[in-house]
Design a protein around this ligand. Structure first.
Ligand SMILES: Cc1ncc(COP(=O)(O)O)c(C=O)c1O
Length: 390
């Protein structure tokens, strides 16, 4: 039997407190938090136990550190980072601030995650726009043609292109550098939901130049739930936030003067922060999670996941399981389609029986490891998959 080989990067399992009896290959669903992230949350909770002393500067310092860490990870500017509770919040804030003319086009992908779909559906109706969905042209491998069709759909008259970095069901890669270039050529705004890739795949804002990049913290960034981060470009500098949060206003660090009302927001994207931004539990957890990710480095995390999945990927491909070509996958996760006539539900039941956790998304079995996984997890998965197929 083939045994999985992994890259020189060492498994970080001891940094986590995972269930020893489980093979957790489901980071694309919920990322576990490292021990240090858990400790940061507990310390945050204790801070609020008896808030003496609790200077008002505490409402800003953690948020500023968080902005700095995220900006450093994606190559951005800290004051352009907004702190939010969800991807849908960030996409909605972006969408509500992009001008949409009657008859203009909004481009999305087929089976895109709903948080980056529903607001566009609403705005398309409200503004009499065309919501243009670029569907996968056929069963995988078909990503090269899918990307070509996507570029072709971004035509003059396109107002917005709203995409992920990779498809959430199977990790199919979207060539965002080419998309960004095309969007700029036709004057369209590019909104990217990076929730299924940021942290585990390098992302370079300078290279892609999206107008807005939004990601949840609870998946590949290994942070807490109800924490998302966004980086907004200049298009949004004079926008209207979804809520009027007093800490987003100039001078709000002087609590005594909060009723000296001002129409001036703090610079950059701070105006888009959710209210009660300085969540004393979630913010320190997210900072610690970003510190872990930055120390491990997205390029190495990706390489580690690719190495973990490599031999299994090749075996499944040889056995006729449909998947995208390696070139068109971000590599940190693998979505495979079963050969015709096989039942995903019964496969899923067999996996759970064996303590192997993956997800069914669309018609794909999605396998999503991270640095806490090792070859034994992939071997347990392989055993179920190959016994199922023979
Ligand atoms: C691509 C993508 N975006 C966003 C989310 C989560 O969105 P929200 O934070 O709006 O619940 C998910 C969750 O699975 C996702 O896969």
């Amino acid at each position: 039997m083939t045994v999985t080989q992994v890259a020189p990067f060492t498994c970080q399992k001891d940094q986590f407190q995972l269930d020893d009896s489980a093979h957790y290959l489901n980071c694309a669903y919920l990322g576990p938090i490292p021990r240090s992230v858990e400790m940061a949350g507990i310390t945050g909770l204790q801070t609020k136990r008896s808030p003496t002393p609790f200077p008002s500067s505490e409402f800003f310092s953690g948020c500023n550190h968080l902005r700095e860490r995220f900006a450093a990870l994606v190559g951005g500017t800290s004051e352009r980072v907004a702190i939010m509770p969800s991807a849908s919040y960030g996409v909605t804030a972006a969408a509500r601030n992009l001008p949409l003319g009657r008859g203009q086009r909004i481009v999305i992908l087929g089976e895109q995650f709903p948080s980056n779909v529903y607001i566009w559906r609403r705005l398309a109706v409200e503004n009499e726009c065309e919501l243009f969905t670029v569907h996968r042209p056929g069963p995988p491998p078909s990503a090269a043609r899918w990307n070509e069709r996507l570029l072709d759909a971004i035509r003059p008259g396109t107002a917005v292109v709203a995409l992920p970095h990779c498809h959430w069901t199977d990790g199919t890669r979207i060539d965002l550098v080419a998309v960004g270039k095309r969007a700029r050529e036709v004057g369209a705004a590019l909104v990217v939901d990076g929730s299924q890739s940021i942290g585990a795949v390098p992302f370079d804002l300078d290279e892609i130049q999206p107008d807005a990049l939004i990601t949840v913290g609870y998946k590949w960034l290994l942070g807490p739930y109800s924490m998302a981060l966004a980086h907004f470009g200049e298009r949004f500098d004079d926008g209207i936030p979804l809520e009027e949060n007093c800490f987003a206003r100039e001078g709000s660090d002087d609590f005594q003067a909060l009723v000296d009302y001002t129409d001036q927001y703090r610079p950059g994207a701070v105006r888009y922060d959710v209210g009660e931004t300085a969540n004393f539990i979630l913010v320190p957890m997210m900072i610690e999670a970003l510190d872990c990710i930055s120390a491990w480095e997205p390029a190495d995390i990706r390489a580690y996941c690719v190495a973990l999945l490599e031999s299994l990927t090749n075996e499944l491909r040889e056995k006729g399981w449909a998947m995208e070509d390696d070139f068109w996958r971000t590599g940190h996760m693998l979505g495979v389609r079963l050969p015709e006539g096989w039942e995903l539900d019964s496969l899923q039941a067999r996996l759970v029986e064996a303590g192997v956790y993956c997800s069914l998304r669309g018609d794909a079995l999605r396998i999503s490891p991270h640095v806490y996984n090792d070859a034994s997890d992939i071997d347990a998965l392989r055993e179920v998959l190959l016994s199922f197929s023979t």
